[in-house]
Write a protein that binds this ligand. Structure first.
Ligand SMILES: Cc1ncc(COP(=O)(O)O)c(C=O)c1O
Length: 400
């Protein structure tokens, strides 16, 4: 610079000015700092299935240690296609319609980068999984938020207002992101709701990007429906899923997109230049995971149901009001009873004084005030972890 003064900010992209660091991952750092029970970040603290760990070990031993085909190992893509047909009745061509990425996280970014132009808008329900906002910005698009309204009785479903959703669609809308089962609310979108979204997508010629990473984690008779299975949606949907949540391997970083060939081609190009490929031996283990019997998925959902029903009474006893999730592994709570100024001061107190980490609700909203009375807890944890959290939370009750 002419005046010889270094101004580091000068080197930064304007894009990063528009989003902050992940609050969820920051809470994990704080949990470690304060030796708190981490009910913030959604990773299991119990072992992954032995069969798939064995498959990963075998793959490394067999020297599957070099780049996989950039869009994914053939046997994993075939397993993904087989599962989608058996599960959702959707016929998928593994050669032209599947791209394996580094987790669903990369799948979402690669998809948005592949489809968005400057000025495009992406419709996102809020509260939302916090990556969707920055992902839209990174890809040059503008997020348009539409509220999911909480049930008054805490038991019913979070719902969107059809008029509000329609009002968010315009000729600038490129895509809508649908996350079902939903993080953080636990909402499972019904067929009727998905049909309403389908009709808007068709009317406005909009793409659906659907994050179904919790699709196998359902309670109380809820049914997972992939929007791509609805008439008229197959050709305008990118379905995203991954191994992280279904097989308790969030650190493996294997996810995928399923999309029509033209969109898949574009996603593959972005993915190739972003990451080249997902970890090769873990893709082999992925093929083994997707071959697990039906009983695995029943056990998975039953296990999470038991964890949900272990944590919620402890939260209620401590003074939280809990929105009952019908899918995924989070409980959104109402913290009004504790009298804190906002969700951030509450979670700071919780992690430092009580020893439990949770996520402030504001991180799931565009305007922090909308989440100021909400806090999210993850229950993808061992019974001992949840019981220890419950024990600590009782002290909070005494503070009330
Ligand atoms: C809705 C949602 N999508 C995607 C992810 C990230 O998935 P992955 O580990 O496959 O990148 C998460 C993780 O918490 C999530 O909650």
């Amino acid at each position: 610079m002419a005046d010889g003064v270094t101004r580091p900010k000068h080197f930064l992209s304007d894009k990063v000015e528009h989003f902050t660091e992940s609050v969820i991952r920051e809470m994990t750092r704080q949990a470690m700092l304060h030796s708190a029970i981490n009910l913030a970040q959604g990773f299991p603290d119990f072992p992954a299935p032995a069969e798939i760990k064995h498959a990963a070990q075998q793959a490394v031993a067999a020297d599957i240690n070099q780049y996989a085909i950039t869009w994914g190992a053939k046997n994993l893509r075939q397993a993904i296609a087989r599962q989608m047909q058996a599960w959702q009745g959707i016929v998928v061509n593994p050669e032209t319609e599947v791209t394996v990425c580094c987790g669903s996280t990369e799948s979402i970014v690669s998809t948005l980068l592949a489809v968005c132009n400057p000025g495009d808008e992406i419709v996102i329900f809020e509260p939302f999984y916090e990556n969707y906002g920055p992902d839209s910005v990174i890809s040059g698009a503008r997020p348009r938020f539409v509220k999911l309204h909480p049930p008054n009785d805490y038991v019913g479903e979070w719902t969107f207002d059809e008029r509000e959703l329609r009002a968010a669609f315009s000729h600038q809308t490129k895509a809508i992101i649908v996350n079902t089962p939903n993080n953080p609310t636990g909402k499972v979108f019904t067929r009727q709701e998905l049909e309403f979204i389908r009709d808007l997508c068709v009317e406005f010629n909009v793409l659906a990007i659907t994050d179904e990473i919790y699709g196998h984690i359902l309670y109380d008779g809820a049914e997972h429906i992939s929007i791509a299975s609805l008439e008229g949606m197959r050709e305008r949907t990118v379905t995203i899923n991954g191994m992280s949540k279904t097989y308790a391997v969030t650190g493996w970083r294997v996810g995928w997109t399923i999309a029509p060939p033209t969109i898949t081609n574009a996603i593959r190009k972005v993915h190739d230049f972003l990451t080249v490929g997902a970890p090769a031996p873990l893709q082999e283990a992925g093929a083994a995971a997707l071959g697990l019997p039906e009983s695995y998925y029943h056990k998975l959902a039953d296990g999470y149901l038991a964890r949900r029903d272990r944590l919620i009474p402890a939260l209620v006893e401590a003074g939280f009001k809990c929105f009952r999730p019908r899918g995924a592994y989070y409980v959104m709570t109402d913290i009004s009873a504790f009298g804190f100024a906002d969700d951030v001061s509450f979670t700071q107190n919780l992690v430092k004084e009580i020893g439990v980490a949770a996520v402030p609700g504001s991180s799931f909203y565009k305007h922090p005030r909308d989440g100021a009375r909400q806090v999210r807890f993850a229950f993808c944890k061992r019974d001992e972890t949840l019981d220890e959290a419950a024990r600590r939370l009782r002290r909070l009750h005494a503070h009330k």
